[in-house]
Ligand binder design. Sequence first.
Ligand SMILES: O=C(O)CCC(=O)C(=O)O
Ligand SMILES: [Fe+2]
Length: 423
Amino acid sequence: MVEENWQSALSEYVVDPNIKAQVRNKFNFRPFKQAPASKVHQDNLITLDSLDFSKYREGPEGFKERKELAKQLEGSVTKYGFFALQNFGISQEWIDEILSLSQSTFEEPDEVKSQFIGGEHNLPEEEGRPLGIVKGTGYKPLGYWKYTNDTPDQVEAFNLRHFGQFDTFFNRTKYPEFVKGNLDVISFFFNYIHREVLRRVLNLFDLILERPEGTLYEQYFLIVQGDLKRSPDGWGRFLYYHPVSDDYNMKASNVWMRGHTDSSALTFILSQSILSLQIREHDTNEWKYVGHTPGALIVNIGDMFQQLTGGYFKSSIHRVITAPEDQRGYYRNTAIYFCYPVPYAYLDPDSLASPKLKRLGYKRDESQERITVRQWSDAKGTFFNKSSGANRTKDISLFGRPSVGSLIGEDVPEAATNVWINT
Ligand SMILES: O=C(O)CCC(=O)C(=O)O
Ligand SMILES: [Fe+2]
């Protein structure tokens, strides 16, 4: 199947330059001030495998390099479920523009924000879905989640659904003024990650799984213009962590975002300078910091790729801890793409038909009902959408599958140790 020429299709939706200049002026659009590099916790850093994507070449002449990249990737996705991607095609200048867009998005006045709360303007096709604050287009307000001691969270988010569905994204969705005036740049950024970066990463996964390159993308991630039900169901997000007080740190045990695994297939995060993201090593249960790789994407495997591969790929438990002493006072600003497969796909290795998984013995657990992307997405989304609750650190089990949604402190629920079991 031939993919549409997305860049030329998108150029039809360019925002009037006068309107863009006007909103940028009105919202004090300016460079985002990144915290200087941290010097602490250097002994507790994890060194993620870093893939140099400038080595990726299309066509038969690039096959050897792609095989080498795939080999490098296999260790990361099967051990940590995390890796870094350098030289992935987006310049530092462009990354800076995205961070500036994120910054100004969170500087809309509160009365405007309150009219664009996530999940309040869902499309008719999304009627009845529990998208809520966590998955619906719009803001997740500061303090929506309550952490330990009823402490309100200090992270704001803005979700952008359907950026690959041009008519829906530009004409059928409501946005605050600043976002609306910059939709073309925002859409271009997330489309680039989906259609260029994700596609290449999936080709490497195909090589790992011993299937022809292009299979995963076509089977699970192809966007069909105008057909939301047959298109992959992920979303982009701006994420803005506010500086916290000593009192907050004491009450919330330094948690900026609780430990969890992502429900996505893959998550792409723009690397940023505040040393806060931690992965919990599955063999030792120790939390380790993910260092900053300037200009890179930090990519992690989510629950769906773990399920699709029968547990061969790992959906790592991660969390965000408040800034270290030498970076306090700074905002932590990033953009994320939570990438989901088409909603009707089954989440088990039968659908993948990978000779490699078969040989290694990763297979569907026949004692469990088969579930689809939509089912997992809605069930885990419902969990993430709950604002509070004293029992949040307990195991969660969805459709008989143990999972992790909300770890606080050092609690290690039973499920957290089970997620690695190869069924
Ligand atoms: O802020 C980050 O670096 C990661 C956030 C995260 O894990 C998430 O939103 O799922
Ligand atoms: Fe996450």
